[in-house]
Design a protein around this ligand. Structure first.
Ligand SMILES: NC(=O)c1ccc[n+]([C@@H]2O[C@H](COP(=O)([O-])OP(=O)(O)OC[C@H]3O[C@@H](n4cnc5c(N)ncnc54)[C@H](OP(=O)(O)O)[C@@H]3O)[C@@H](O)[C@H]2O)c1
Length: 251
């Protein structure tokens, strides 16, 4: 019988949080399927991590069905996956009514359709193995509805509710589900938003976290039974206040 291999699939592995997930998962895995659109970046990552794990670059646009289908095929062929990290994401900035609808629909496809489809593809194999880890990268924005980010926040809110309910459904399987809700992280994420008027300079220094800290907090929370994970004490306080405000609005 062949030795049991540990495999991760990380989407959005060409930058930011995705690269960091690959780096921190590499010592725990034999193989990482690294998904994104920029092939050159995935090749560099594969070379950087080759001493620790085999990185299989998978070039795919996950806002379309074809790209998602290629990932599903990889889960069948190169998996089963023990870690599924649905991390690929982007945001626009500005009022919903001023945004081209295509960009908003792409965001829903990427954050929602791709994430649930990859969960649906990975879970039967995880169940067969008696366990696995699913990390859906959400956002603090899911808990704090805000102007300029209507569809972004709504897709991340979807991931929170989906993850909470999915964890209940999978309670007896050994599979754990996490919705990671970070605040501001220093990555390339805000570059396009800045071009649309988002002013990074207005965010105080102490509000920003490094990708490495966020990923450490996510992996450290595995096994804790917590589904919603908000890294950073300042972000946890904002999340609490956001929920209090939502409750107050009901009265
Ligand atoms: N940075 C923050 O402040 C922050 C805060 C809260 C939550 N988040 C969440 O964290 C996650 C990672 O963001 P990040 O900060 O690491 O941003 P980033 O540095 O901009 O990286 C985004 C990643 O997503 C990939 N991606 C984007 N569109 C894609 C598509 N259509 N198909 C496949 N891959 C795609 C990009 O790869 P390619 O361009 O090569 O395809 C890249 O690897 C996102 O889900 C984001 O919503 C970020």
């Amino acid at each position: 019988m062949s030795e049991r291999q540990t495999t991760a699939l990380v989407t959005g592995a060409s930058a930011g949080l995705g690269v960091e997930f690959c780096r921190q998962l590499a010592p725990l895995c034999d193989r990482i399927i690294a998904v994104a659109r920029r092939a050159d970046r995935l090749e560099t990552l594969a070379r950087d991590l080759e001493q620790q794990a085999e990185v299989v670059p998978l070039v795919a646009d996950l806002s379309g069905v074809e790209g998602v289908a290629r990932c599903m095929e990889a889960i069948r062929q190169r998996g089963p996956v023990d870690y599924l990290v649905n991390n690929a994401g982007f945001s626009t900035f500005g009022h919903f009514i001023e945004q081209p609808i295509d960009s908003q629909r792409d965001m829903v496809s990427l954050h929602v359709d791709a994430a649930i489809t990859l969960c649906r593809a990975a879970i039967p194999f995880m169940r067969e193995r008696g366990g696995g880890h699913i990390i859906n990268v959400s956002s603090l924005g899911a808990l704090l509805p805000g102007s300029g980010l209507a569809v972004y926040g709504a897709t991340k809110s979807f991931l929170n509710y989906f993850s909470l309910a999915l964890q209940q459904e999978l309670a007896a399987t050994g599979i754990e589900v996490q919705a990671l809700c970070p605040g501001y992280i220093r990555t390339e994420f805000h570059e396009e938003m800045s071009a649309a008027g988002f002013d990074r300079g207005r965010i105080p220094d102490e509000m920003w976290m490094e990708a490495s800290e966020v990923v450490s907090a996510s992996l450290a929370a595995l096994g804790s039974g917590r589904v919603l994970v908000v890294p950073g004490a300042h972000n946890l306080e904002l999340a609490r206040q956001g929920l209090v405000d939502q409750l107050a609005a009901l009265e």
